[in-house]
Design a binder for this molecule. Structure first.
Ligand SMILES: O=C(O)CCC(=O)C(=O)O
Length: 349
């Protein structure tokens, strides 16, 4: 069957009923999913509604999860499950119940990385294996970037749901950076202040059923380039985190559960005490999967370096200072390939 001309959307390929994926979606053998995978899950930290009387023990748990994994679930964080459900529902309605033509009205600019709107390609490189994923990227913070008229008009509450979610999840990101700072013996606002004003993007990813999940990835392995990512997923599952060389599935917990993924700038700021989490998304042949990832990044002009309180003559800085915008450009042009971009900042011992 002939597939329509550009832009190719994975959902259209999936709906075309292919029984094989096109060659540009086939991962090299070393990157293919190696099922069955581990039965462990990432740590779960109950935030107990951010109750001040529980802060000491919550801070200890956050510190341990950041140090050991860089990826963990949080629950009882103050964002009601209804708000988490609402954004998943809005995204699913857009992807499932709008026509391709309607969706293409919101197509992002394919020539510029991380442009707002409906798209399928993550990287600018042409030689990369493609991800089995469509997405909608929203520019949500600072408020001067937020223009809901660029977001879907359907379902009717879409724009309001995304705006409310953006505000609530940014507050949670601040709380988590505060707890992470304290867990390192830093002032509560130290990491947040090093990031500066949050540049927040919300990416709703839609992974259509794939005829050959054993050959493909929904999203290639990467660590996020910003400071902290908060992700919610539906009940299908497919997110995996790399731990000690093994891919560990992040099993969906439902309710208000949010996955926290530390990103590269946090690794730099903490001088490697907390590492960013490498993660990837698998596909499956039966069910579409949806996730909502919210990225909290510095402005492009911010210079990021290890916090001076965490370095000394005996623990010198591991990473050189980087202008965040340069880091992002390199990530998009060279590709993540594991953690090559952060590794490139490592100072010689
Ligand atoms: O869909 C997922 O679970 C992963 C999404 C993700 O890693 C991303 O959007 O960067």
């Amino acid at each position: 069957m002939e597939i329509s001309a550009e832009p190719i959307r994975v959902q259209s390929l999936s709906q075309a009923g292919l029984n094989q994926v096109p060659p540009q979606y086939i991962q090299p053998p070393q990157h293919r999913p190696n099922r069955p995978s581990s039965s462990t899950n990432i740590p779960l930290v109950n935030l107990f509604g951010l109750d001040p009387t529980r802060r000491d023990s919550v801070r200890t748990s956050i510190g341990q999860a950041c140090r050991d994994w860089g990826a963990f679930h949080v629950t009882n964080h103050g964002i009601p499950a209804s708000i988490v459900d609402a954004i998943k529902r809005a995204g699913l309605t857009f992807f499932n119940d709008s026509s391709v033509e309607d969706k293409l009205n919101y197509a992002c600019d394919p020539s510029s990385s991380a442009s707002e709107g409906y798209g399928s390609r993550m990287l600018e490189k042409d030689d990369t294996v493609l991800d089995w994923r469509d997405y909608f990227d929203h520019h949500t913070l600072p408020l001067r970037r937020r223009n809901p008229t660029r977001w879907p008009h359907f379902p009717a509450d879409y724009r309001q749901v995304v705006s409310e979610y953006s505000d609530r999840i940014a507050s949670l990101a601040r709380e988590l950076l505060g707890l992470a700072s304290e867990s390192l013996g830093l002032e509560t606002r130290r990491l947040e202040e090093a990031v500066g004003e949050f540049w927040q993007n919300i990416t709703i990813s839609y992974y259509p059923p794939c005829p050959q999940p054993e050959l493909t990835l929904g999203l290639q392995a990467h660590s996020d380039f910003g400071a902290i990512t908060l992700l919610v997923q539906d009940e299908v599952g497919g997110l995996e985190v790399l731990k000690d060389g093994e891919w560990v599935p992040v099993k969906p917990l439902g309710g208000d559960a949010v996955v926290v993924l530390l990103a590269d700038q946090t690794e730099i700021m903490t001088n490697g005490k907390y590492r960013s989490a490498q993660h990837r998304a698998l596909t499956n042949s039966n069910q579409a999967r949806l996730s909502v990832a919210t990225f909290h990044d510095p402005a492009k002009t911010v210079k990021v370096s290890p916090a001076s309180e965490l370095t000394s003559a005996s623990t010198p800085p591991l990473y050189r200072e980087v202008v965040y915008g340069d880091y992002v450009s390199s990530w998009y042009t060279k590709g993540p390939e594991g953690k090559r971009n952060i590794d490139a900042l490592l100072l010689e011992p």
